[in-house]
Design a protein around this ligand. Structure first.
Ligand SMILES: NC(=O)c1ccc[n+]([C@@H]2O[C@H](COP(=O)([O-])OP(=O)(O)OC[C@H]3O[C@@H](n4cnc5c(N)ncnc54)[C@H](OP(=O)(O)O)[C@@H]3O)[C@@H](O)[C@H]2O)c1
Length: 299
């Protein structure tokens, strides 16, 4: 497969997209075009090629994607399902590689694919896989399990803000975790190795960690805080989520338990047995670097 030079990015203003955009630009390897929603207030550095598009229009998307070798999508939840139109447009425009907005849990596990929170991602994956059989389009899915820095910043992986983090099923379950910066490096790595990453999943991680280890590091980072961890069970929180779903409530509170299930439950593959770090140029984090990440966000 020929080298990838022209790269379009959607969702480039998001939590992850901002970092992916920066790393793609600073790699100096690619010509970047940002596809932004009409009416979006997102801003990019002067000189950035930005095309405002209607994400519901295959024609507009196709015109915007003409001449692009690859499309990296890091759109957030509201636009995940709409990526099927992006795929149609990418095919019509002759784009060679699509990286849909994955960047999370191990959807190669059947259990994980069944979790309601991932329904749109699975739909887009299935669509891409089918299209890759009948058109020249190719794909790569990037799995990083939990975002380490984002997860701490948003009081999610370890709810440290009030010193009362929920610790699930004893807290000693090992899971893979990755910083946004390493996810962005992996995207650069995929686009730099198109043949080796063609039509497959790549797995990346910075570290393997547990909630108890995160708690230990958080206590070290802020020893004067009162820490009162709350034992909790994955089965209990997902049962509540199931009840909310049954009532037709599809909000953040409903979906978070399923994400914890995907990250922590060994039957859902959130601890990667092997990774593509080496191929993609990722070094991982030392214990000291993991501590620095925790210290930055745990106040
Ligand atoms: N593994 C983990 O722990 C973890 C955690 C969080 C997220 N993720 C995944 O990472 C990917 C990116 O998530 P993110 O949190 O970075 O996304 P985000 O910040 O919520 O949104 C990314 C971008 O999507 C665009 N967008 C399109 N339609 C939108 C709409 N209707 N409302 C708001 N924004 C819209 C916006 O860009 P423009 O305004 O420029 O168009 C926005 O900046 C997703 O696949 C998500 O599931 C993984």
């Amino acid at each position: 497969m020929s080298a990838i030079k022209n790269v379009a990015v959607t969702g480039a203003s998001g939590s992850l997209g901002t970092v992916i955009f920066d790393h793609l630009v600073s790699s100096g390897k690619f010509n970047i075009t940002v596809l932004r929603r009409h009416g979006s207030s997102s801003k990019f550095p002067e000189g950035t090629k930005v095309i405002d598009v209607n994400f519901d229009s295959v024609d507009e998307l196709t015109a915007a994607l003409k001449g692009q070798d690859a499309l990296v999508s890091s759109v957030g939840t509201p636009l995940l399902q709409g990526q099927k139109l992006l795929v149609d447009a990418a095919i019509a425009a002759g784009v060679k590689r699509v990286l849909p907005s994955e960047f999370g849990s191990n959807l190669d596990f059947a259990n994980t694919r069944k979790l309601p929170v991932f329904a749109h991602k699975v739909e887009v994956q299935d669509y891409l896989k089918e299209k890759a059989k009948t058109t020249p389009i190719t794909y790569t899915f990037v799995y990083n399990s939990a975002f380490l820095d984002w997860g701490l910043q948003h009081n999610f992986l370890l709810a440290h803000a009030e010193g009362k983090p929920s610790i699930f099923d004893g807290g000693d379950i090992t899971f893979s975790a990755t910083t946004l910066s390493s996810v962005a490096d992996a995207v650069v790595g995929v686009l730099s190795h198109p043949e080796e990453t063609k039509n497959r999943t790549v797995f990346i991680e910075d570290t393997k960690i547990t909630q108890n280890k995160l708690l230990e590091l958080a206590k070290k980072a802020n020893p004067s805080k009162t820490w009162n961890p709350q034992p909790a069970k994955l089965d209990d929180i997902t049962a509540k989520a199931d009840a909310r779903l049954a009532q037709g409530i599809f909000d953040f509170e409903t979906f978070v338990p399923y994400i914890f299930r995907a990250i922590l439950d060994p039957a859902y593959g959130g601890n990667f047995p092997k990774t593509d770090n080496e191929l993609l140029g990722l070094k991982g984090l030392t214990d000291e670097q993991v501590y620095e990440v925790v210290k930055k966000y745990v106040q």
